[in-house]
Design a protein around this ligand. Structure first.
Ligand SMILES: *[C@@H]1O[C@H](CO)[C@@H](O)[C@H](O)[C@H]1NC(C)=O
Ligand SMILES: *[C@@H]1O[C@H](CO)[C@@H](O)[C@H](O)[C@H]1NC(C)=O
Ligand SMILES: *[C@@H]1O[C@H](CO)[C@@H](O)[C@H](O)[C@H]1NC(C)=O
Ligand SMILES: [Zn+2]
Ligand SMILES: [Zn+2]
Length: 578
């Protein structure tokens, strides 16, 4: 009967209020005097993840959640602040199937009442996106939009997008907060925008003037929202923190970051921590600060899975969870999806194909699928060489391809980037050296964001053997049968391994190379072949060839095809399925 005794001790068998909610594998949030909810790198995923139940909530649900959490906080005499740290384009049909980009998704996004929000680099590649950020998002949010180091050209004048800072007082406890919004030192922005490196901002008088205007005695918190990875490995926030501490030696400086698409939490000093909350509406970050426990200040963090189970559980709202506003936003999403035909069936996906949950040579690797099936399916342009080799950077794929219907939406999800293919004709023996060269190291920008985050901080991620000093205890000692747990994030951060709100069976992110190739050769003998790659990779390839062949090939780059990777995938799946 030992097994029965053990079973009865499992929390999910205890008599519970019948809420329809799975309580068994959820950890409670710690609430403090001040609490924050954080989103980042949403990239248009406002309709939720249709093929992944564990992220089944949408933006309407999130709005209901936030408002329920705010009421709960207020009824407890606490404040709740909602923040976002940028990247609202490129990754989903809802944002990317419209012209201009974000035309339907941004009005939906803007239904969320953010207390402070800032810009990401995906608002700055295309002028059109920067313009919408300035004219729609920043003006909609008014004083809540904070952007300290990015400017935009408006009638030949450089203008701040929104505000350089926001000072405000919280409604319940009257906490006095000074906040800034920073973007990392990004240089691929369109020319009508200007990014000033943090280091440079710190030297300016206008920035110091703001500090002088708000001395430490007049503040309770400094809050920095940044589209910047929070890890110690990325120096920008460290430099900023050192500077801020010289003005504010004693009060809390709280950071929120983004861009590297991971869950992370870092302690900067006794009174300063930093939270990063994932990507693609998979995560809502939670941070609380409690000042009263035995005179000791306590920081707490959780990564909330973006699903209804978590939202209802944490807000303790079961039957009457949805708010009127939340429901309206759900309808807006539904209507936008219909207008854009996002659910339209294109073809059948019979298996899951992953970016990195399996090794790159596994039959479930999306890169193997691309290299062996999709890339060879592109028609040869007239007058091209009859042998060719493709190179794609792994960052050109944005998300896993899940079993089920392949729809108009899926097309944008897998690879939203519009990039022409170009080619250089080369001796076969030279062409085949290029991918190996690009994989030698460096070139982190060619990888998907969460992969370069992993290269920067290998100690934070589970290894291919499935072992991690921080994870083994988390997955072995938990009193729940592993089989009940869904696969998902098991995050290792500066506070340990209990940050994920939901216990998961850990997924492993296998290392993947910077680029993969697809060799479409007819024989092994030397011949002239076309080396085909995204225009985006042009300078990487030219640099590689200078090193490999001592020659500058920049004049030899020719147009090859305008059938984007996502169109190739779509055409292939439409015809053959995968
Ligand atoms: C959407 O497009 C319409 C028509 O071009 C334009 O008037 C409107 O301002 C756009 N809205 C946003 C949020 O981009
Ligand atoms: C942290 O804040 C507390 C309370 O304000 C203060 O007493 C302490 O000196 C601070 N610690 C550091 C390292 O700044
Ligand atoms: C998949 O597409 C088929 C054909 O259009 C449709 O009948 C079915 O409802 C779709 N399934 C889902 C889960 O959307
Ligand atoms: Zn991003
Ligand atoms: Zn980014």
């Amino acid at each position: 009967m030992l097994w029965l005794k053990n079973l009865l001790q499992l929390p999910f068998l205890l008599p519970l209020e019948d809420t329809g909610i799975d309580h068994s594998s959820i950890r409670d949030l710690n609430w403090g005097d001040i609490n924050f909810l954080h989103t980042t790198d949403t990239h248009g995923w406002l309709s939720g993840h249709f093929n992944q139940k564990q992220y089944d909530a949408n933006w309407g649900d999130f709005i209901s959640f936030t408002s329920q959490m705010k009421s709960k906080a207020h009824s407890q005499g606490q404040d709740l602040i909602v923040v976002d740290t940028g990247d609202r384009h490129d990754g989903n049909g809802l944002s990317d199937a419209t012209v201009p980009n974000g035309n339907k998704s941004l009005p939906i996004f803007a239904k969320q009442d953010y207390d402070i929000l800032t810009i990401g680099n995906h608002e700055l590649y295309e002028w059109e996106n920067s313009k919408t950020e300035y004219e729609f998002i920043a003006s909609h949010y008014g004083e809540n939009y904070v952007c300290t180091n990015v400017e935009i050209l408006d009638n030949d004048e450089w203008k701040t997008i929104g505000n350089k800072y926001r000072y405000f007082e919280t409604p319940i406890n009257g906490f006095r907060i000074l906040s800034f919004g920073f973007l990392f030192n990004f240089n691929r922005n369109n020319q009508n925008t200007k990014v000033t490196a943090i280091e440079e901002v710190l030297k300016t008088d206008w920035f110091k003037d703001i500090m002088d205007k708000f001395p430490e005695k007049d503040l309770d918190y400094v809050v920095i929202i940044g589209h910047i990875p929070i890890t110690h490995q990325w120096k920008e926030l460290q430099v900023l923190h050192k500077f801020l501490r010289s003005y504010y030696p004693n009060i809390v400086i709280q950071y929120f970051g983004g861009h590297s698409h991971i869950r992370d939490f870092v302690v900067y000093d006794d009174n300063s921590t930093s939270l990063e909350s994932g990507r693609f509406c998979e995560t809502v970050g939670w941070l609380s600060i409690d000042n009263k426990i035995e005179g000791v200040r306590k920081f707490s963090r959780k990564y909330i899975d973006f699903n209804m189970n978590s939202f209802k559980y944490h807000s303790k709202k079961f039957g009457d969870f949805q708010t009127k506003q939340g429901n309206e936003v759900k309808q807006m999403i539904e209507k936008a999806r219909q207008d854009l035909n996002l659910n339209e069936y294109i073809g059948h996906v019979g298996n899951n194909y992953y970016m990195d949950y399996v090794p790159i040579d596994d039959k479930h690797s999306i890169f193997k699928l691309l290299s062996e099936k999709i890339l060879p399916s592109l028609e040869y342009p007239k007058d091209s060489n009859e042998e060719r080799m493709f190179i794609i950077n792994t960052g050109s794929v944005r998300y896993d391809l899940y079993k089920g219907n392949y729809t108009v939406d899926t097309k944008y999800i897998i690879s939203p980037f519009k990039n022409d293919w170009v080619k250089i004709s080369l001796p076969k023996s030279l062409a085949i050296k290029v991918s190996a060269y690009l994989n030698k190291g460096g070139y982190l920008n060619l990888l998907p964001a969460h992969q370069w985050a992993q290269v920067m901080n290998p100690e934070k991620f589970i290894t291919t053997s499935g072992h991690h000093p921080g994870f083994t205890t988390a997955s072995k000692n938990q009193p729940y049968p592993i089989k009940r747990l869904t696969k998902g994030y098991v995050t290792h951060d500066d506070f340990g391994t209990d940050g994920d709100d939901t216990l998961h069976y850990p997924t492993i992110n296998f290392p993947i190379p910077n680029v993969v190739d697809s060799k479409q050769f007819k024989h092994l003998e030397e011949s002239t072949v076309d080396l085909v790659f995204y225009n985006f990779l042009k300078w990487n390839v030219i640099e590689a060839l200078i090193d490999l062949d001592n020659k500058d090939y920049s004049q030899a780059v020719e147009f090859y095809s305008d059938v984007y990777l996502s169109e190739m995938i779509t055409n292939y799946i439409k015809e053959f399925g995968v």
